[in-house]
Write a protein that binds this ligand. Sequence first.
Ligand code: NAP
Length: 544
Amino acid sequence: MADSLRETSVPGSERTDEIEEFDAIVIGSGVTGLYSLYRMRQLGFSVRAFDDAGGVGGTWYWNRYPGCRFDSESYSYGYSFSEELLQEWDWKEHYSGQPETERYLNYVADKFDLRRDIQFNSRVMSATFDEAESRWEIDLEDGSRARGQFLITSVGSFSAGYVPDFEGIDSFKGISCHTRGWPAEGIGLAGKRVGVIGTGATGVQLITEIAKEVAHLTVFQRTANYCAPLRNGLIDDETQKKIKASYPEIFRKCMETAGSFMHEFDKRSAMDVSPEERLAQYERLWAEPGFKKWLSNFHDVMIPGEANEDYAEFVRNKIRERVHDPVVAEMLVPKDHMFGSKRLPCESGYYEVYNQDNVLLVDVREAPIERITSKGVKTKEAEYELDVIIYATGFDAITGGLIKLNITGQNGQKLKEKFAAGPRTYMGITTAGFPNLFTVNAASVGNFVRAAEPLVDWVSETMSYLRDNDLKRITPTIEAEDAWVKHVNEDGANILRTQANSWFVGANIPGKARVLLTAPDTAPAMRAKRAEVAANGYEGFILE
Ligand code: NAP
């Protein structure tokens, strides 16, 4: 279908606005947005992506903080749709850093000529469903508009950065920055007194890297995390050849696992083997790179209970071994949540940072941050003078990026209001009263590229189905949505991800409803569910 321009006059004004018309509007040009463009274009849809960034990459465009890199194997993270791309692209490291990943996504955009359908520096201010015409209309910051039959929110899970509402935050006279907004030209940290608030996966990567150059580093930690060695390395030529020859095997493995990573759980229970065998397995996996020590472990390490606590204690002891000062070591040892109930940050020398004389760890659970002053951070106990404050304070995950789009569906219903008590979706991807809206950002879990490709395939095939059957819209029924929400809440209640106060359940944002924000299901189960729904004539949907 060809793009078209439609002319409309704005009531009460002489102005004639040109509104560009498309079959599909994609918001975001990160991993999912780029693939959406590619796939929808391939199926003959006219499509335009809008992005407030100045380039492609999404999360890999914005998160330029020092130390940012993959925690899953680079070669498991690339797109699988083009054999030529797979053979052309050489990943330099087993766990690619942000600059290389951003280069990769730019390479993809150029190779498949995707840029011509992306409008950069274009922030979407609102998206409204036009009932009469069955089309979505988006308003951009510069006042222009565009319309499409389908609206695809490829805004990622972590596009709404979160900075706590600290009193006095604007009074700080030094430099301050959230990790997601790290300037491309960097921040000169050498010789400076730097404070970092937050010790999640982002903080852990950042702290390790900047401790090498700052004059003094103060880390404000509220909750200690379980972190595990990444053991990154360069990919030599021989390994590169092996990787390129084994892509089908790598992707097959990923598609079989719960989170679409390359690692498979050991089917044995940790408690069914002898303590010696158990410890030998823990040690063997600990010496391996990446997520193996988490996702190739005894399967019940990831179930609340005895095995989980046994492994947690093993990890706690690994932390204690690496930090010289026993008081500081105990501050870094997590004791208030289960291993695996938060995403496991992978690190490359994080704990050794606390053996440096110029690094201070401050416990802000004991003595919370009271305010930001003109000179630095004031906790209940002391004021810390700083030149730079870095907020590694995370994201209003999954729903935050969606809510920011100001989406209005049928009968003037606002998505923000509909999601006030937690997301109400059918399969994480559609929501009643918002026809032809595909919230793909809310349904990707685990390894994002592996999740995004089949998800976008399903959405594109659904769009084709509507076109081929002369249908205008697809909307889930309230009944299907209710059943899905019940499934998420009931089946999610006992999984590890709902046991800690993390972004998985919205607990990191004051006032946000505490609800599991992702599906509780494995990736293969989600794909099977979507396939079954389509095979049954889009069961649970109203097609008009
Ligand atoms: P996060 O896990 O939510 O961590 C935010 C940190 O800020 C936590 O330590 C939190 O403490 C702290 N914090 C928040 N509000 C605070 C306050 N008022 N006072 C003091 N501390 C406060 O966010 P993130 O580290 O950005 O990671 C988010 C997700 O992004 C990860 O789980 C992961 O999925 C993804 N990620 C992946 C990679 C990768 O390697 N591929 C790298 C970075 C991020 P509490 O824990 O006490 O709330």
